[in-house]
Write a protein that binds this ligand. Structure first.
Ligand code: UDP
Length: 363
């Protein structure tokens, strides 16, 4: 196949690898994976390629570890130079990272058709860099793959015409179904916990970890929960805890390194509840049928609010709500088990690739 018929899949962080993996697999030899190195930690990158059985990225760039402006600029420059020397039929990006927006600008500057997977999410919170990244990317995209009708409406409300939108569901559904281990007992034993007898927490967003008081509040709320809490700690969060001198606060938590996807899914599927500021976790719980307490100012995933997710600000509401959930656990899990995921039936990658083929004129 001539190189100009290949499709550049640009990614740089853990959630992008997870949600683009089902698409990369379907594109097969047509996929030219460009990794920007935004997450350069192997625990957030290589283990996810290995888990999905993906080949090594075709090209590796290094934009990681710098300011947001530098990451955006470097992703645009390096991917733009790459597309100029090796043209592609399209560029596919996912989500709302600096890699996403930088690659979108690079596609635009080289007149390469652009596809945005997970388009149309809106937190309506202008303080979040992700909100700007996703809006810029939606506006530049020739094809917006919206996970739900909520995101489709956001795109239409932004003035994007219907013929640039496909409602596909979210590829997270097939990512979870592919990698959720059937037998979870070894993972539970490895952490010394029993099914429904522990909580799982993740935190890394600047609004929660960049201020010592807020981070201290979250850690002490987690320590006050009535079940043991496993905290796979993001490198950014660990660095902040160390620099703020909050290390003692970790003593009452089960702190571990970031987990591979299978292990994280296994522990998510068997826990009493999750407490998190992650975007992807809010979607995964709708497949795994577990509740998540979202600790954030806003969410761009309103589809799960009131069912799989509640949202609170850092503070005493965390232990209060999780305490209520723990007191009513079998009934809560039973209710969630009966609710379908708003993110589709696991055919988002297939629907996205069909729409990509229509865009680039192959079928
Ligand atoms: N995750 C993981 N191991 C962990 C913590 C999270 O595999 O130790 C996965 C989780 O299942 C989800 C993704 O990483 O799919 C979330 O990544 P992150 O919170 O970094 O990004 P966001 O989803 O908020 O954009």
């Amino acid at each position: 196949m001539s190189n100009s018929h290949s499709i550049v899949v640009a990614l740089g962080t853990r959630p992008e690898i997870i949600k683009l993996a089902p698409i990369i697999r379907l594109l097969g030899e047509r996929a030219r994976v460009v990794h920007t190195g935004q997450h350069y930690d192997p625990g957030l990158s290589k283990v996810f390629f290995d888990a999905f059985g993906l080949p090594e990225p075709t090209y590796r760039l290094e934009i990681g570890g710098s300011t947001r402006a530098t990451q955006l600029g470097e992703a645009t420059r390096l991917i733009g130079e790459h597309l100029a020397s090796e043209p592609a039929a399209a560029v596919v990006v996912q989500g709302d990272t600096n890699t996403t927006a930088g690659a979108a600008l690079a596609a635009n500057a080289t007149e390469t058709p652009l596809v945005h997977i997970e388009a149309g999410l809106r937190s309506f919170d202008r303080a979040m860099p992700e909100e700007h990244n996703r809006i810029v990317t939606d506006m530049l995209s020739d094809l917006c793959c919206a996970p739900t009708q909520v995101s489709e409406k956001n795109l239409l409300d932004s003035g994007i015409p219907a013929d640039r939108i496909a409602v596909t569901g979210n590829t997270v559904v097939e990512a979870v179904r592919t990698l959720l281990p059937e037998d979870r007992s070894a993972y539970l034993e490895g952490h010394g916990v029993t099914a429904n007898g522990y909580l799982l927490a993740t935190f890394h967003r600047p609004e929660n970890v960049d201020d010592p008081e807020t981070l201290g509040t979250i850690l002490s709320e987690l320590a006050a929960l009535e079940l043991p809490t496993i905290l796979p700690i993001h490198p950014r969060t660990r660095a902040r805890i160390e620099s703020f001198g909050l290390g003692d606060q970790l003593d009452r938590l089960m702190v571990v390194e970031p987990m591979g996807f299978q292990e994280f899914l296994a522990l998510s599927a068997e826990c009493a509840a999750l407490v998190s500021d992650s975007g992807g976790v809010q979607e995964e719980v709708s497949v795994l049928k577990r509740p998540v307490l979202v600790v954030r100012r806003s969410t761009e995933r309103p589809e799960v609010l009131g069912t799989f997710a509640e949202r609170v600000l850092p503070g005493p509401e965390i232990s209060r709500i999780v305490g209520q959930w723990i007191a009513d656990l079998p009934a809560l899990h039973g209710r969630l088990a009966a609710i379908p995921s708003p993110y589709g039936d696991g055919d988002a990658a297939e629907l996205s690739v069909t729409a990509i083929n229509q865009l680039v004129g192959t079928s």
